[in-house]
Design a protein around this ligand. Structure first.
Ligand code: CO
Length: 302
């Protein structure tokens, strides 16, 4: 029997400043990550004020994680220690496995209207893969299939499978699914997810019911990030919806159209030692990483 997942908790992303002074909204980070294993962080960098994003993310290292950058508007100019240079443009995804280490910079540039938009997700790597060779999947907008479902939703499949259509990003360690879902007003979207996997949705715009039970989730409060909304779980923009266990999720857009990211992945279940852009299993591994960064031996791959 299919068990529809209900909402475990909901909160809204909150303002923070990162890089060289980029104002963004953090949907989750250090504080919530233990509950969202294998995911570590989700940043929402939508902005219409260039002074808030142009400072960018100048040269910095990563080790032990994957960063997934999805650009909605504008471009992110990217360069790294492996000699890669390029733009991530509107609709494109860059799936970067830092593995043993890269040093890169990510510089957002707005579109002609001065608007910038996108998301960066961090996925952890298990101990067995933390020191793997770095790799990239640069996925252009045109390579991401869009599937229209019977229920009326339109789904861009970055990673995972919808109605037999598989996304271009494959063979990732934590078996992630990454979907960009649009549901018009009055329609719905039901999607199978693997039991045991962590599943969350992040509302880009609009609102929807993410839980068919529509329980007042106030009863399920466990954290301090809750915000007052209607007693029914109608989730609006910048809501992070963390699901409980089950085989499928079901979303209905009764009051407005909704666009959201739906992401799932297999928990790793290992200790996490995290300092800034480097995430390992032990504090000794963190110490070594920063020592190597200082003395110029950080980069292992040529
Ligand atoms: Co970075």
């Amino acid at each position: 029997m299919t068990l529809l997942r209900s909402i475990r908790e909901v909160w809204r992303s909150r303002p923070t400043i990162e890089g060289a002074g980029v104002h963004l909204k953090r949907a989750f980070g250090n504080q919530e990550a233990p509950r969202l294993d294998p995911f570590l962080l989700l940043d929402d960098f939508r902005s219409d004020d260039p002074s808030k994003y142009l400072p960018g993310f100048p040269w910095h290292p990563h080790r032990g994680i994957e960063t997934i950058t999805y650009v909605l508007e504008g471009d992110v100019a990217h360069g790294d220690s492996m000699g890669n240079r390029g733009d991530i443009s509107a609709g494109d995804i860059q799936w970067m496995t830092a593995g043993s280490g890269i040093v890169h910079q990510e510089m957002p540039r707005g579109n002609a209207q001065g608007r910038m938009g996108g998301f960066q997700l961090w996925a952890n790597l298990p101990a067995s893969h933390k020191m793997m060779d770095p790799r990239y999947r640069d996925v252009k907008r045109s390579e991401i299939p869009e599937v229209s479902t019977e229920g009326g939703a339109k789904v861009k499949v970055v990673s995972g499978r919808v109605n037999g259509v598989q996304g271009p990003v494959r063979d990732i360690v934590t078996d992630p699914e990454y979907l960009d879902v649009f549901v018009p007003k009055g329609a719905g979207f039901t999607h199978p997810v693997k039991r045991g996997h962590t599943v969350f949705a992040y509302v880009v715009e609009g609102s929807a019911y993410f839980d068919q039970g529509r329980d007042p989730y106030a009863r399920k409060e466990v954290g301090r990030n809750y915000f007052d909304m209607e007693r029914e779980c109608l989730c609006g923009p910048e809501s992070l919806v963390h699901y409980g266990e089950g085989d499928a999720v079901s979303i209905t857009a009764e009051k407005a159209a909704v666009r959201f990211l739906l992401v799932s992945g297999k928990p790793i279940g290992e200790p996490v030692a995290w300092y800034g852009p480097i995430v390992m299993n032990t504090s000794e591994e963190i110490r070594i990483a920063f020592e190597e960064y200082r003395n110029g031996t950080f980069i292992k791959h040529r």
